[in-house]
Design a protein around this ligand. Structure first.
Ligand code: FAD
Ligand code: FES
Ligand code: FES
Length: 481
């Protein structure tokens, strides 16, 4: 096999690796190989943010840096990126970075274990938002846990860093053109192996289609926010692996539909949702934390077949379709038909999810709700997507899809029937809230009991009515200072 090395920039250094196994994590590489021990390991599952680094990537010629979790980012996925660690912020002999100085000034660190991760997330925010609100700071910090300091001093530090400014003089701003040119010079694809374990990064979508035909048993890895945990928590072998997180990034928005490449991340989707379906932005910002949303893809959330993935209930309610590709053949199916039963999806060997087509719900009332134990960065107990269309006071179309209520994301056909053809009124939604009990026999597990899930499903239907009727039903969130 010809080796096309993995190449990326790490702070100021160009890295070229001819031997990389697919399951090697960026965090192990930083700490064990490069002795860059400022980046910490807490949970090794994307939950605590102690391992936060910035990943810079060229998108349509522009260089954009985003915080990601080094613990569940595979080394191979760094190909073509600029990885920035805490050590880059204040090189030896230089003073503290404005974000670090603000953390000191506001006593925002006690034991300090979480601090490099907080600094890196705040650094990412500081670069892209010169005047963040408290809610924006909290959103940026959803993926960072601190056990001892408390968040108030950290939020104050974030505001103070923004007020201190200096973004134009920052090293990443000054070096931007040079870094962009160095990244652009790195060839798109790579293929390496180590100890017989193959790592393939196709240079294009056509190359991916061929690579998967040639290796139908390979593990596809997009953002690795699921697959990363197979390795760090379950020690599961994943070789050979095909990395696809850099592919299928296209988005097109027409009057009728939104087409999303399967590799679009939550963070890339958010501005499109904010423009086209703003009522769904809260739902999206409750998926993972910022680091997870910067890596996790919509395609991965569908393809993993999870009964509690958050995008499928929403997308099924919106009547989305998916395009599956095998070699040069494509087929388009309704998303709801993809989920056959728990652990079984309508996907053939050699086939991958290429894109998602979402009809624009213009004129319909839509909502997405998630109920979980923690507001942010937590697994769903129950999620609901809903779309209601009415004409002259009568409901003409009702699509309700739930996650967490069955072995797959599923429509609530009895609740839909209770709505269809009925007046858009409280009694109708009350009838649907009763009918949904006949749609599912949910399981009890450590996340929620079956009775709780049934009660939540009914109450989410009631919540939708209340909101549409003008009542404000909101999660409690920090009030803007
Ligand atoms: C801390 C944390 C919090 C999380 N919070 C949430 C949450 O709130 N809500 C939620 O829904 N999920 C959550 N997740 C799960 C995860 O982030 C999502 O499921 C994410 O969308 C997975 O996408 P990915 O690109 O990372 O997938 P990967 O991990 O790369 O892959 C997941 C699966 O999909 C397959 N796959 C990926 N892309 C394709 C493709 N194009 N074609 C065919 N197969 C493909 C892979 O082979 C694998 O089987 C969380 C994860 C973590 C670590
Ligand atoms: S070590 Fe906890 S998120 Fe990576
Ligand atoms: S300062 Fe100790 S965990 Fe945050």
């Amino acid at each position: 096999m010809t080796s096309h090395p993995i190449r990326f920039l790490l702070n100021d250094t160009e890295i070229t690796l001819t031997e990389v196994a697919p399951d090697e994590t960026l965090l192990d590489f930083l700490r064990l190989s490069r002795r860059l021990t400022g980046t910490k390991e807490g949970c090794a599952e994307g939950d605590c943010g102690a391992c936060t680094v910035l990943a810079g990537r060229l998108r349509n010629g522009a260089l954009r840096y985003e915080p990601v979790n080094a613990c569940i980012r595979f080394l191979a996925a760094c190909h073509g990126c600029h990885i920035v660690t805490i050590e880059h912020l204040s090189p030896k002999g230089a003073g503290l970075h404005p974000v670090q100085q603000a953390m000191v000034d506001h006593h925002a660190s006690q034991c300090g274990f979480c601090t490099p991760g907080f600094v890196m997330a705040l650094y990412g925010l500081w670069m892209e938002n010169g005047d963040p609100s408290v809610v924006e700071i909290e959103t940026a910090l959803q993926g960072n846990l601190c056990r001892c300091t408390g968040y108030e001093p950290i939020v104050k530090a974030a505001r103070a860093a923004a007020a201190a400014g200096g973004q134009a003089m920052d090293a990443l701003a000054r070096e931007r053109d040079g870094v962009a040119a160095r990244l652009a010079a790195i060839p798109a694809g790579a293929e390496v192996s180590k100890d017989g374990k193959r790592t393939i990064l196709p240079a294009s979508e056509d190359a991916l289609a061929q690579a998967l035909l040639d290796n139908p048993g390979a593990t596809l890895i997009a953002g690795a926010t699921d697959v990363g945990l197979w390795v760090t928590k379950f020690l599961r072998p994943i070789a050979p692996a095909i990395f696809i997180g850099h592919l299928m990034k296209g988005v097109s928005v027409s009057d009728d539909e939104i087409r999303l490449g399967a590799g679009v991340t939550y963070s890339e989707l958010l501005p499109i949702i904010a423009e086209t379906m703003p009522e769904l932005t809260d739902y999206l910002t409750r998926i993972g934390g910022w680091q997870v949303r910067n890596a996790g893809t919509i395609g991965g959330n569908i393809a993993n077949g999870s009964p509690i993935g958050e995008m499928p209930p929403l997308l099924i309610a919106l009547n989305a379709r998916i395009v599956l590709r095998r070699g040069n053949s494509r087929r388009e199916i309704p998303l709801e038909g993809f989920f056959i039963e728990y652990g079984k999806q309508d996907r053939q060997p050699g086939e991958f999810l290429e894109s998602i087509v979402v009809p624009r719900p213009d004129g319909a009332r839509i909502a997405g709700y998630k109920v979980s134990k923690r507001a942010y960065s937590d697994i769903t107990a129950v999620a609901m997507g809903i779309l209601i269309r009415e004409e002259r006071g009568l409901i003409t179309e009702a699509r309700l899809a739930f996650g967490g209520m069955a072995g797959t994301p599923k429509r609530a056909v009895k609740a839909e029937a209770a709505l269809r053809g009925r007046p858009f009124a409280r009694d109708t939604f009350e009838a649907a809230a009763h009918a949904v009990a006949g749609d599912f026999q949910p399981l009890s597990d450590w996340r929620a009991s079956a009775e709780y899930r049934q009660a939540v499903a009914a109450n989410l239907i009631r919540r939708f009515w209340l909101e549409q009727d003008g009542e404000e039903v909101r999660l409690s969130r920090t009030v803007e200072a």
